[in-house]
Design a protein around this ligand. Structure first.
Ligand code: UDP
Ligand code: MG
Length: 313
């Protein structure tokens, strides 16, 4: 049996020398049970010596494969490239920074076989070591997307998971350009067993996710997996029509009863501001979907490969 492990790497030269021995330990343990492993490292256009490290590893160890992108295409693209390349019956995705402990892999394999599920995914139970505002917004995001979208996304779910071949094929059958993998994994369905563990801090190097990047990412998730904001825009329009109708009635009745003293331009200005604000907001929502459609329609490749281990051999 072959198990593939996909590791997206973006400027990870500091942790790769720690990660590689850790994953090799698992591989050694498994090789006694006649389970082979392959490692697919995806260099996501790193600007440090990540690619150099990967080249060296691939030369020393035939289990190591790598794909190097021509620039930074993002973690989602890296995961997709890895999934396409992986040949194993089971495929795992994990981060390079040891926040996804490789020691869990044997337990995940046991679970996937015992429980006869197609996926064992992990979620962290605490968000210790994370700024409180970030945790707050993360929670809010999960609440919103689970209320709006049709793909269930579990709070605290990590991208660390072991999948069966048929689930990988299902994921690969989604050709979309805007890839929000947490949503895609939920959308394809299949039975998933959740494994919980406490949060581990990054072994070395720095996180690549600023607050702003996470915010944009979460909007992408909502736009990618739900059309509810569009419905919300129509609803708001309807609400404002009803409100305006009530106001017209009120003004007519008041004029008939008390005459028409010319006053009320401040209220008029407020109403104009409010209505144009709502209009701009709704147009923005529409624009988000239009932008996504535009990007999909262009059908650009999701990533561009500059080098793989097969060429350099
Ligand atoms: N990563 C990537 N491309 C990017 C950003 C991140 O391939 O543009 C990889 C990174 O190398 C790591 C994983 O995604 O293996 C998770 O990134 P990080 O640890 O910085 O995120 P965090 O754990 O802080 O959410
Ligand atoms: Mg990390």
């Amino acid at each position: 049996m072959l198990i593939s492990v996909i590791v997206p790497c973006y400027n990870e030269q500091q942790v790769l020398p720690l990660f590689y021995p850790a994953i090799c330990q698992v591989a050694d343990q498994w090789s006694k049970q006649d389970i082979q492993m392959e490692f697919v490292f995806v260099d996501d256009g790193s600007s440090d010596d990540t690619l150099l490290t990967l080249r060296q590893l691939a030369q020393q160890d035939s289990r190591v494969h790598y794909i190097s992108f021509s620039r930074n295409f993002g973690k989602e693209a890296a995961i997709l490239a890895g999934l396409k390349q992986a040949k194993g019956e089971y495929v795992a995705t994990m981060d390079a920074d040891l926040q996804d402990p490789p020691e869990l892999l044997p337990q995940m394999l046991e679970l996937i076989q015992q429980k006869q599920v197609d996926c064992v995914a992990t979620r962290r139970t605490t968000r210790k070591g994370e700024p409180p505002i970030r945790s707050f917004f993360a929670r809010l995001f999960y609440k919103i997307i689970n209320r709006l979208g049709d793909a269930q996304i579990v709070d605290g779910a990590r991208d660390y998971r072991l999948m069966s071949r048929r689930m990988v094929d299902a994921v690969l059958s989604l050709p979309e350009y805007n890839r929000f993998s947490k949503g895609i994994f939920g959308w394809v369905g299949f039975r998933t067993h959740w494994l919980e563990y406490t949060n581990v801090e990054r072994a070395a190097g720095e996180t690549k996710w600023s607050f702003w990047k996470l915010f944009v990412y979460s909007l992408e998730g909502i736009v990618g997996f739900s059309t509810a904001p569009l419905a919300l825009a129509s609803l708001m329009g309807l609400l404002f029509c009803v409100l305006a109708f009530c106001m017209i009635l009120f003004i007519i009745v008041r004029t008939l009863l008390f005459g028409d003293p010319t006053s009320g331009w401040p209220s008029l200005v407020c109403i104009i501001f409010l209505c144009s604000g709502v209009q701009l907001f709704c147009m923005g929502v529409l624009g988000q979907y239009l932008a996504k459609t535009y990007l999909e329609v262009k059908k650009r490749p999701i990533y561009i490969v500059q080098e793989t281990d097969e060429e350099s051999r």
